[in-house]
Design a protein around this ligand. Structure first.
Ligand code: ATP
Ligand code: MG
Length: 562
């Protein structure tokens, strides 16, 4: 059971264990420079876990003046698609990294085939006709040694001929495999004559129908590393048991000695981190697609308005671990807010309107100048129309206020952001007794920036001029899952989907500047949260995604429950 890791916010950083290894290797002259790789299988879109691996591999190369290859691990023809290749490249570039070379494991198929022939010639590989059930049965168990079958005794010539025939398409899927001859009684099950090649008459997204035999992961990954002279091949912990075979194959093939190092994969609370599960969410329409803003994919986060710098910052803050753990999604949201606070343009949007008529305001319109971002000392300003009829939020008014209520109430005064102080004189209700309008007066000497009125108020409200407001839709996102540790929850992960992860507010009222802002802008809707335009927006209909709340409201909820 992974323990939940609390944030480590210390600025001072010691070397992580991989950096220690690299510095030692460089100091001892084992390598002149380092080469890393990021090796995605193009069978889905990248998620935040991949971002961790990308930041690690590219980050190490940048730190030590080396380079990083992007290698598509496309050895499984059935699940791979060009669409995924393109999305992976787009996501890595967006994260801010450049690969030295773009390689495909499938480019090495001929070379890998020759490696296999070399093993056969050394008496270290054989063609086995057993069914997969027989192979599994003969393999034994961790406590019971496996047994070799009669096919292991085939001569080198026989094996060479059969392997050529396999390549030439003489046999149907599953009829034969090529296995390494290692050790059937090894305590490491991966060493018990592992399968190197299987027959699969399938179309490959790059090699087409040229091949009908495909190398297994263990006979492609380390060999590809070696071909590219990767010095530090970094993968996740589940590959620890593969390392012995990785080394055995490199040694027997007498090729460049790449080394494998393992770190703990990233797990994040309230989400799932496996392409297979994410694909299920897409296919079964629990989300609108891979880039649904609730998805933990890089494209989903980008669409939601998360910044690349925030993702890199997050990956940096969590560091790398040797043991499985679970990272609080609140840390990612913290990084997202930190970045947005610095760059987001402040805008006023009323979600749930209450009309105010300012009875003593006689002009058609007055433009008030409001800063775009008070966090930026060089902030620009925009001109916001102020007029006789405006909207404020319904919940910024209470007819019978509690003590210390700083918003509006009968007889009370508040400041309208960037404009004037107003006083509530009269409450207008409909027949059912609902408050439908407030009649207010404003104080002309109280204008923001030039206030000579001497009136003290504690509350400042956001507002929009009704005549100038533009309508928009906002999409409010919440966690996709209801439980922290989805992967380890009792039932199927889909049983824990949060039914309220998306709330759509069809019609909100926004200040007119928002109609002119662009897709790459980030916004803070005052007192509401951070937002960005969604790609579904049209010129007729603005749609905003809530990227993240202003504060961590979820943490408060959890506290309440406990
Ligand atoms: P998934 O289980 O989500 O399908 P995967 O490991 O099969 O992931 P690959 O495309 O094979 O996905 O992964 C490419 C690289 O990203 C590998 O080096 C892998 O170790 C790394 N990676 C994948 N998931 C994570 C994660 N959650 N944390 C850190 N690294 C990851
Ligand atoms: Mg994989």
């Amino acid at each position: 059971m992974p323990t939940k890791k609390l944030f480590i916010m210390s600025e001072e950083k010691s070397l992580n264990f991989i950096e220690e290894i690299i510095e030692k290797d460089l100091a001892e002259g084992k390598h002149e420079t380092i080469t890393t790789r990021f090796p995605p299988e193009p069978n889905g879109y990248l998620h935040i876990g991949h971002a961790k691996s990308i930041c690690l591999n590219f980050g190490l190369a940048i730190k030590y003046g080396g380079s990083t290859n992007l290698r598509f691990d496309d050895t499984n023809p059935v699940t791979e698609e060009t669409e995924y290749v393109e999305s992976i490249k787009e996501d890595i570039k967006w994260l801010g990294f450049n690969w030295a070379n773009e390689f495909y494991a499938s480019d090495y198929f001929e070379q890998l085939y020759q490696f296999a022939v070399k093993l056969i010639n050394k008496g270290l590989a054989y063609v086995d006709d057993s069914t997969s059930e027989e192979i599994a049965q003969q393999k034994g168990s961790p406590t019971i040694p496996g047994v070799r079958n009669k096919f292991a005794d085939r001569t080198i010539d026989e094996n060479l001929q059969l392997f050529t025939e396999m390549r030439n398409g003489k046999y149907a899927d599953g009829k034969k495999v090529l296995r390494a001859k290692v050790d059937m009684s090894s305590p490491n099950m991966h060493m018990r004559d592992p399968i190197l090649y299987r027959i699969k008459h399938a179309h490959h997204h790059r090699t087409g129908d040229k091949w009908c035999i495909y190398p297994m992961y263990d006979f492609a990954h380390g060999q590809s590393d070696s071909i590219e002279k990767i010095t530090h091949s970094i993968c996740t912990l589940e590959f620890i048991p593969h390392r012995e075979l990785y080394n055995w194959l490199i040694e027997k093939l007498e090729i460049f000695p790449s080394h494998q190092y393992e770190f703990a994969r990233l797990n994040v609370t309230y989400t799932v981190m496996s392409k297979r599960k994410l694909l299920q969410l897409v296919n079964e329409k629990h989300v609108t697609g891979w880039d649904d803003p609730r998805m933990p994919t890089i494209c989903g986060m980008r669409r939601r308005g998360y910044g690349a710098a925030a993702l890199r910052d997050f990956c940096d803050k969590i560091g790398i671990a040797k043991r499985e753990n679970l990272i609080d999604i609140g840390l990612l949201e913290f990084c997202v807010r930190e970045e947005l606070n610095k760059i987001a343009l402040r805008r006023m949007v009323v979600f749930n309107p209450l009309k105010i008529t300012i009875t003593n305001f006689d002009k058609d319109v007055e433009f008030v100048s409001i800063e775009d971002n008070p966090e930026d000392e060089n902030t620009t300003h925009r001109q916001v129309p102020f007029s006789k009829e405006i909207y404020i939020e319904q919940d910024d008014f209470m007819e019978v206020p509690p003590k210390k209520y700083f918003r509006l109430f009968p007889g009370g005064k508040v400041r309208l952001k960037g404009a004037y102080i107003i006083q509530c004189d009269e409450v207008v209700k409909d027949n059912a007794g609902n408050v439908v309008e407030l009649k207010c007066t404003y104080f002309p000497e109280s204008k923001s920036g030039n206030d000579t009125s001497g009136i003290q108020v504690k509350g400042t409200l956001h507002w929009v001029s009704i005549a100038h407001a533009v309508n928009a839709e906002v999409r409010m996102y919440d966690r996709l899952f209801k439980v922290e540790n989805v992967a380890e929850a009792e039932r199927d992960f889909k049983d824990y989907i949060n039914p309220n992860s998306l709330e759509i507010i069809n019609k909100v009222y926004a200040e007119p500047a928002l109609a002119k802002d662009s897709f790459d802008q980030r916004f803070q809707f005052l007192r509401k949260g951070y937002f960005c335009l969604d790609k579904d927006s049209t010129t007729d209909k603005l749609i905003f995604n809530r990227t993240v709340t202003l504060k961590d409201t979820w943490a408060k909820e959890v506290k309440k429950v406990n």
